[in-house]
Design a protein. Structure first.
Length: 201
């Protein structure tokens, strides 16, 4: 694993000083991750699996899933794993139940189930669960960074409705301005939308 990491990093455009730092950091993170998970590694069914599927109304969806593995091979249920770097998130943050979260991470997992459900190549698999794996936590906190979540049919139905609504709005060229100017403050199009400055709250 470390050899593969070294080879991949050596092919990046990076200064020698940055390379030394990244190698040291990566070796520590990967070694801790391996020690934390060596007893539960499974052979993957797919790695970096690319999807291109379609919803009714001529809506094309694309995405790439980091890892797909068996959850229970006997009943052909699978687990989707999405690897995350950086600081870990609590369950509440992932689900969007805290003030500092939006629920985007949970929606990402729901989107993965939607991709799999729509892909005819995977018709003989059943989606079992999704995992967000914060790979740095074993190194920085000394604990497992895996967060396991079920994804229900209701979750998928709700997300599908959102996608269809958004697509209809885009095709109708309907782009209403947000009323959350906190978003605008960080947007590169701020001066285009508000050439005289953001409205005061």
């Amino acid at each position: 694993m470390l050899d593969s990491f070294h080879t991949a990093l050596s092919q990046e455009v990076i200064t020698q000083s940055d390379l030394v730092v990244r190698l040291k950091q990566g070796d520590q993170i990967l070694s801790s991750y391996y020690d934390s998970h060596q007893d539960d590694f499974r052979e993957p069914l797919f790695l970096e699996k690319f999807f291109r599927v379609h919803l009714p109304a001529d809506i094309t969806l694309t995405g790439k899933i980091d890892r797909i593995e068996w959850l229970d091979q006997a009943d052909r249920t699978i687990r989707v794993v999405d690897y995350k770097t950086g600081q870990g998130k609590t369950e509440g943050q992932i689900l969007g139940e805290t003030k500092d979260s939006t629920g985007d991470l949970k929606r990402q997992l729901v989107f993965y189930k939607l991709l799999i459900d729509l892909d005819k190549r995977l018709h003989n698999f059943t989606f079992g669960e999704a995992v967000l794996d914060f790979v740095e936590l074993p190194s920085t906190k000394g604990k497992d960074g895996s967060r396991h979540f079920p994804v229900t049919e209701e979750d998928v139905t709700e997300l599908t409705k959102v996608i269809k609504t958004c697509m209809a709005e885009i095709r109708a060229l309907h782009f209403p301005r947000t009323t959350d100017y906190r978003v605008c403050a960080k947007c590169v199009f701020q001066d285009h939308c508000y050439p005289e400055g953001l409205p005061t709250l």
